[in-house]
Ligand binder design. Structure first.
Ligand SMILES: Cc1cc2nc3c(=O)[nH]c(=O)nc-3n(C[C@H](O)[C@H](O)[C@H](O)COP(=O)(O)O)c2cc1C
Length: 208
C-alpha cells in the first residue's frame, strides 16, 4: 500500500438514482484532496427482483458495475461517506442492514476515530433531509466515528433564490414527486464539499 495514501469510502443505497448521483459528486470532492484513493460501493438490495418497477430496473442496470460494500471496505477506509434516500424521515432499511452488520467491527473498535459524513435525497423540500441525516449519525457515534457536516464557509448553503438541498448536517437533493429531478449544480457542489471535508478531516485525524 502506498505510504500516506488516504482511503475514503463512499457507500450508498439508491433506488431511483438520485443518491447515486450525489455519491459520484461526494467521490469527486474526496478525490480532489491530494493522495486520496476513493472507493464507491453500494449496499445490498433487499427488495426482491420480482417487485422492481421499470425505473428501479433501469437504475439497477446503470449501477451494476458498482461493487457491493463489504465490512472490509469500512476497515480499509480512513473516512466514510454514507448516502441513503429518505424513508419516512430516516435512512433506508438497506443502509440500516449494512450498518447492522458492523457488530464485529464495533466489538473490536475497528471504526473508532474514522471520519464520517452523511448525504441523502428526499422527494419534498421539507420531507426529512435533516432528520434522516441526524438520525443516521446515531449509530455512527456508537461505532466511535467522528461525524462531520458542512460548515457555512460553503456559501452555497445560503442559496435562497432557488430550491436546494444541503445543510450544515450534510449534503442532500430534492428529487420531486416522481424522483426525476436530478441533483442541481448547487446540490452537487455541496456534495463535493462534503467529500472534500471528509477527506481533509480524515487526513488530520489519521495523521497520514
Ligand atoms: C417508502 C418510501 C418512503 C419515503 N419517505 C420519504 C420521506 O419521508 N420524505 C420525502 O420527502 N421523500 C420520501 N421518499 C422519497 C425518496 O426519499 C426520494 O424519492 C429520493 O430522492 C429517492 O432517492 P434515490 O433516487 O436515490 O432512490 C420516500 C420514498 C419511499 C419509497
Amino acid at each position: 500500500m502506498e505510504k500516506n495514501k488516504l482511503n475514503i469510502l463512499i457507500v450508498f443505497y439508491s433506488m431511483t438514482g438520485n443518491v447515486a448521483k450525489l455519491a459520484k459528486a461526494v467521490a469527486e470532492g474526496a478525490m480532489s484532496v491530494k493522495d486520496t484513493e476513493v472507493r464507491i460501493r453500494q449496499v445490498e438490495e433487499l427488495i426482491p427482483k420480482e417487485k422492481w418497477n421499470d425505473i428501479m430496473k433501469k437504475v439497477k442496470e446503470e449501477l451494476k458495475d458498482i461493487p457491493i460494500a463489504s465490512m472490509g471496505d469500512l476497515e480499509w477506509a480512513d473516512g466514510i461517506a454514507f448516502g441513503t434516500p429518505t424513508r419516512y424521515g430516516n435512512m433506508t432499511a438497506q443502509m440500516k442492514e449494512y450498518i447492522d452488520e458492523t457488530g464485529g467491527l464495533w466489538q473490536k473498535g475497528a471504526l473508532e476515530n474514522k471520519v464520517a459524513g452523511i448525504f441523502t435525497s428526499t422527494s419534498t423540500q421539507h420531507g426529512g433531509q435533516e432528520t434522516t441525516i441526524i438520525t443516521s449519525m446515531v449509530p455512527l457515534f456508537h461505532l466511535g466515528m467522528i461525524v462531520v457536516g458542512i460548515p457555512y464557509s460553503e456559501q452555497r448553503l445560503f442559496a435562497f433564490d432557488s430550491i436546494s438541498g444541503g445543510s450544515p448536517y450534510g449534503a442532500s437533493s430534492i428529487s420531486g414527486p416522481k424522483a426525476d429531478r436530478s441533483p442541481t449544480s448547487n446540490e452537487l457542489e455541496i456534495a463535493k464539499t462534503l467529500g472534500r471535508r471528509i477527506a481533509e478531516v480524515s487526513r488530520k485525524i489519521s495523521g497520514k
